[in-house]
Design a protein around this ligand. Sequence first.
Ligand SMILES: Nc1nc2c(ncn2[C@@H]2O[C@H](COP(=O)(O)OP(=O)(O)OP(=O)(O)O)[C@@H](O)[C@H]2O)c(=O)[nH]1
Length: 395
Amino acid sequence: MQTPFHLPTLDIPTLLIVYQVVAMLMAVVTLGGAWSARGRHGLWLWAGAFGVIALAQLLRALLVSFGAPTPWLSIGHIGGVISSALVLLAVRSFLGLRLHRLPVILFTGLACLASVLVVSTGQPQWSLLSLPLTLAASALLRGFALPPIIRSWNSRGGFALGLMLVDLSLSVAAYALRAITVTPAFAGSLEQAVTVNGLWLLLFIVLLTGQAFAVLLLVNSELQRSLWSMVEIDPLTSLLNRRGMKNRIGRLRQRGLVAKAAPSVVVAMIDFDHFKQINDRHGHAAGDAVLRGLGRLLLNHVRPNDLAVRMGGEEFAVVWQDVSAEDAVKLAERLRQSVEDELFGSEFGAIQCTVSIGIAMPRGQEEALDDLLGRADAALYKAKREGRNRVERAY
Ligand SMILES: Nc1nc2c(ncn2[C@@H]2O[C@H](COP(=O)(O)OP(=O)(O)OP(=O)(O)O)[C@@H](O)[C@H]2O)c(=O)[nH]1
């Protein structure tokens, strides 16, 4: 079959050297990133993915110049499959998913073995199968990394993840199409197949560079995220702190999920009764265990869009969304009862405590969050004055 268009002649060995140099550069840049991020987010695996391509091409070039036996020359193809396996593992590690290493290793091993076997026959019609075979294996391995990235992008969004998604999707398509089009049967002749492969190499150099940029952007945004969570999360209870709550509500308002002081938002301020006595009687460590226990209990009482917050000391807050005033009173009462029924376990024995709760609903669209919190606080102190272990509502 003759292709209807004229393909430019490309110097494949030169392109392979460029591919190798770019991969080497990307490996060095990603290694630097992995080093500064202490290897978090699967960065060593990303660096490995670029490094393997660079090393495989280098080895191949050396073997060719030393006149190594033919089976060794499939090392470049094998490097591509191993690199794709590392990309799959890197994506899972980056997204914090379990790494199913064994099936990935087995599949990669089989693809590499098949490549060596077909090249070892010494028969051109078999040897030529090595490239499409390993390219197809790479397309599959990278394809398996797509669904978790798509899910993550749907929930998190972000430019860096979007860029990774685009690059990975393009590379899955490119590996699959390259596997088909580099076969002489498709290209029309062996010469045409070599030229088509050269054109693909050009695209692969671009995709490789795009992937390295996406990795670095992703790591940068992850480091920023973890820095923010250190600022916004209370280390003792892992709940949001006061700043985290304000930022979260600000972000929800920006995304239009919460209208400015929407009337359906209810704030509950929660404060332990006589917490000082718990510390005095059982010790500070037992007090900490009780605070952690309330943190867990609050998380069980809120839905994904609600917020559970440690405001400071033994004061907590819950922000319920989409609830009526009547339902909020019921929710707060149920929460108060749960704390009363709970035996907060610690190594010093079970500790029983109670909380006082003040709840407030926005007066109108314009009430600022601080004013709302202030009124919930005032209701809380009314609950304390009226005898503690009770819920009071601000009007
Ligand atoms: N263990 C522990 N105790 C804390 C922490 N933060 C604040 N506290 C203690 O919480 C206690 C709060 O005491 P008070 O403000 O007098 O309040 P209270 O004893 O709960 O009395 P009422 O609120 O009036 O019922 C103090 O003894 C603080 O030391 C903490 O992180 N861990």
